[in-house]
Design a binder for this molecule. Structure first.
Ligand code: GH3
Ligand code: MG
Length: 576
């Protein structure tokens, strides 16, 4: 094993050996993907064929760049993302999903084996590579183990969160609250134990919550983080906690590159909310972009480029389907081609603007048209910008992402509730109408749930309105983690919430909501009145399309089911 230690002298040799070994194994892995994909293309979609492709791509995405195959990482990640989305959506993939997937797999197979010209395991571009060189290598760890650790790329939320705090009760309390929310919190009471524990775990932490003052070191917490930074081994968020909120402490914390700071005593649920925003899925709700272009290859390419940048793209080649697609996909931005058969981009833009729900939607033209007069005419009918083909991919991503992001932020102010950031009553109604007509068109089921906090008035009366707000936030945080990306969450007002679940059978909706009900009943809340711990519950009514076909029927039947759940003792899920 000793020869694996990447000593400075033989580092280059070691890299070369690893790279050669990777290169030898790569064709076999790609062949496996190609074989499974050929079978899917021939016999149709089967999840048991797609899962192995997903797993191999996940592995390749995490390793390729480290071993000098950036293209493997790039394209394997696209395939992985697209498959994850298909699995998340739970149904059979659409034709356009499969086409996009085909393009991505082909890119992986064709471009993957072309290695980078200057492979460098310690290249600063490869976060993984840096792990290989972390100073711990001199302390009995072999380089091989480090490579192993680097390969294990996981969703951040499954990674351990270390609570480094000599106040045992506080550390344990935070760990318990994290555990209740599904996180792997680990208490470290002694500063000296942190590094060995991280090394022993073999995985990069998801985050560190760091106390500042320790018994024999008044700035111990800050010092160790600064040391980690000097050694460049800090790749995860750090949240400081301290009883000392003085200006010098704050300044030192800022200089240590803290992601957040809480002065004791603080509200633990606020700390956890902050951690969730730092370590949770990087993008639980990606920006959605609809691409309308009659050129199928080009549409696929644009979608792949956008997906690669972390956006969620859907392409259609028949412009007459644009309005339906907008209602179903609910994009943050639409990209239109200028010249298409049947209806041209200018006409389409005007049709979109006629619909109330699309009147503020950012529209971009992406066209080979270079005539400034025609471009100006497009801007005059309310198109936001005119991008010219061929377009630089980085520029396209920036132009699209920035506009989509701003449009969503503005929408959030208008259409979302300020306490929970969930859709408000009117918006939920619009969404229900759109999703119901989509379910009718595709002959799929749709479930609709109304959730209501039990005896919430009493919670407010006993523990205060602010505590009540915290209970609402805790419920919303759980809801966000419990539903699929395609499900739509809203706050109907007060203590009442709704979930629209497209493509979901009543029995499946009931299973999920019963789990949510059960999980929520175990979340502890803290009373602002006496600092005591208490629990709250919800009741749920669920109705379903096609049993009920009109939005009003779905609403009133779910309402009645909820009422019956309340009557029969609360903390229940009841079906209409
Ligand atoms: P039930 O189990 O029958 O639902 O009883 P309940 O007490 O929850 O029902 P009720 O509809 O009588 O009370 C709802 C309470 O929710 C009353 C209102 O003060 C409280 N509430 C509504 N919105 C908010 C909010 O944003 N924050 C807080 N803290 N309380 C709210
Ligand atoms: Mg209530």
């Amino acid at each position: 094993m000793e020869e694996f230690v990447p000593k400075r002298e033989n580092l280059a040799q070691g890299k070369q050996r690893l790279r050669s070994s990777y290169r030898r194994k790569l064709p076999g892995k790609l062949a496996g993907i190609s074989e499974k994909w050929a079978q899917i293309s021939k016999e149709g979609w089967r999840e048991e064929l797609a899962r192995p492709i997903h797993n191999v791509c996940h592995d390749l995405a995490g390793t390729g760049k480290t071993f000098g195959f950036s293209q493997v990482t790039k394209y394997a990640r696209i395939v992985e993302t697209q498959l994850t989305r298909i699995f998340d959506d739970d149904g059979a993939p659409t034709q356009s999903h499969l086409e996009n997937l085909g393009v991505a797999i082909e890119n992986l197979l064709v471009n993957g084996p072309i290695g980078d010209s200057e492979p460098d395991l310690s290249d600063s571009r490869t976060g993984e590579g840096r792990v290989v060189e972390e100073p711990a290598s001199g302390q009995g760890q072999t380089g091989a183990t480090h490579v192993q650790a680097a390969r294990r790329i996981q969703p951040l939320s499954f990674l351990p969160i270390y609570i480094v705090e000599d106040d045992v009760a506080l550390a344990d309390h935070i760990v318990m609250e994290l555990a209740l929310r599904g996180y792997d919190g680990r208490a470290v009471y002694d500063l000296a134990d942190l590094e060995p524990q991280i090394r022993q775990s073999g995985v990069t932490p998801g985050a560190i919550v760091m106390d500042v003052i320790f018994p024999d070191a008044t700035t111990g917490g800050i010092d160790i983080i600064n040391k980690f930074r000097r050694h460049e081994i800090l790749k995860y968020p750090v949240v400081f906690i301290s009883a000392n909120g003085s200006f010098p402490t704050r300044l030192n914390i800022v200089r240590a590159g803290a992601d957040a700071f809480f002065v004791k005593p603080f509200d633990i649920s606020e700390l956890i909310e902050k951690l969730e925003s730092l370590v949770g899925e990087t993008n639980p709700d990606p920006l959605r972009v609809l691409v309308v272009d009659d050129d199928e290859m080009f549409t696929n390419l644009i979608c792949v480029v956008l997906e690669d940048a972390g956006l969620h793209a859907m392409g259609i080649n028949d412009p007459t389907l644009t309005i339906d697609s907008v209602f179903e996909f609910n994009p943050d931005l639409v990209i239109l081609d200028m010249y298409m058969p049947e209806v041209n981009g200018m006409e389409l833009a005007q049709i979109l603007r006629q619909h109330e729900s699309c009147s503020d939607m950012p529209l971009l033209f992406l066209s080979a048209e270079t005539n400034p007069e025609i471009q100006a005419a497009a801007l005059n009918i309310g198109v936001d910008d005119f991008l010219v083909k061929p377009i630089d991919h980085t520029y396209l991503v920036s132009a699209v992402a920035n506009r989509a992001h701003r449009a969503r932020a503005l929408g959030a102010k208008i259409y979302r509730d300020s306490l929970t950031q969930l859709l408000v009553h009117d918006e939920i109604k619009k969404q229900l109408d759109a999703q119901l007509s989509a379910a009718e068109r595709h002959a799929t089921e749709l479930s609709y749930a109304i959730l209501d906090l039990d005896d919430f008035k009493q919670v407010n009366d006993t523990h205060g309105h602010l505590t009540g707000d915290q209970v609402i936030k805790a419920l919303v945080s759980l809801l966000r983690r419990s539903f699929r990306r395609s499900d739509i969450l809203g706050r109907y007002g007060g203590d009442e919430f709704v979930v629209i679940m497209p493509n979901t059978r009543l029995a499946d909706a009931a299973t999920v909501l019963d789990r949510v009900r059960n999980d929520f009943s175990k979340v502890p809340h803290r009373s602002e009145i006496d600092d005591g711990q208490f629990f709250a519950t919800i009741s749920v009514g669920i109705s379903n399309f096609p049993k009920y076909t009109e939005p009003e029927e779905l609403q009133s039947s779910a309402d009645q089911a909820l009422y019956a759940a309340k009557k029969s003792g609360r903390n229940k899920v009841n079906l209409a």
